[in-house]
Ligand binder design. Sequence first.
Ligand code: UGA
Length: 436
Amino acid sequence: MRVTMIGAGYVGLVSGACFADFGHHVTCIDKDAQKVAALNRGEIPIFEPGLSDLVEANVRQERLTFAIETTGVGEADAVFIAVGTPSRRGDGHADLSFVYAAVREIAPLLSSTAVVVTKSTVPVGTGDEIEHILREKRPDADLQVVSNPEFLREGAAIQDFKHPDRIVVGTDDARARTVLAEIYRPLYLNALPIIYVSRRTAELIKYAANAFLATKITFINEIADLCEQVGADVQEVARGMGLDNRIGGKFLHAGPGFGGSCFPKDAIALLKTAQDHGVALRIVETVAAVNDQRKRAMARKVVAALDGSVRGKTIAVLGLTFKPNTDDTRDSPSIPLITALQDLGATVRAYDPAGMEQAKPKLETVIYCNSAYVAAEGADAVVIATEWEQFRALDLARLKSVMAGPVIVDLRNIYRADEMKRANFRYFAVGQPGVE
Ligand code: UGA
């Protein structure tokens, strides 16, 4: 199949490279000339394990190309739209201007039987609007518009793309279904569930899935707060709950609140859609509000661990990205945590294996360090904010020897209280009794 991907951002690049790896001929088009030039030199603009090798192999085998011009659109069996849908300034609705601009640009170029597929996360009804634009511009053609949301996670995107739990295809058109089935054939052969639904249903599945996962996290975070008050251990509560197959153990890790480019933005966009249709989604509303407050409130944990004040103290924050294996700091809990600590009079030193460049414009007065141990020098407390693998096995004796005081606040629960006690640390985690 000939596939065109409009947008070589996170979703477009991963999807394009994986489709090429399935054997299709893929052109990824992006307006950013620098990005395209870098991709053509084999440089990958984002941090994603395995992506560089995948792109390189498929470029070498001439199945994957990058362009700034809308070349090849006319030959494409399917054109995927994978441009950004950020939060619109001021009101939180998804900003669809990039999506519609892309549709207008490709409309005159499409073959008369092309299938246009939205991969970008778009509110319910966007497919209808795209169809409307295409009908207006190409009354002659039999163009189909399909919703095919992606469910990949940053840091595990290739694995998620190649081994998804399901593929959702939103269209009522038989021909469009056949084209999508052919594109996903390698997965289809592995008996992977493809569910065919209406376009509006597919659009909503994506938002509902993200909102549900965000709810699960927020639920366990509130249970963690209760655990701290009643002397229970949230990790054991989560395990005890998660072994019930109806609940499942995933996304029950208590922490500093969810971040990233999707959950916070998508929860708000879903609320806006619901409001437009006169429906109250009170659970999602509460999840968004609770999560927002939680991030900054994590500073209070640090204050409590340092006996009531951080004024004049030095805090080392390990982890600036919203989760490990990404350089993405968008809506990362570390950012409000650090600004709150600074507002309370602390000096913050920080280290992140991949996210420091992205964090710098957001956190200008932080002292950036080139390792966890350098960050810990002279610190009254170390705060673990992101569960990077390299923070899981810190040399505790070395860490303690460079610190001013033996306090660890572990917001990701990656250590055990008893090992911290043996290493003579005062240890505070989330939803578990601390050890002094
Ligand atoms: C999320 C979804 O998991 C993907 O399925 C979806 O495709 C994607 O959004 C998207 O809409 O594009 P992602 O934002 O990459 O993926 O990150 P997640 O791994 O879901 O983590 C989101 C946040 O939740 C992180 O801040 C993470 O630390 C937090 N989290 C996750 C918890 O605090 N506890 C958990 O148990 C799980």
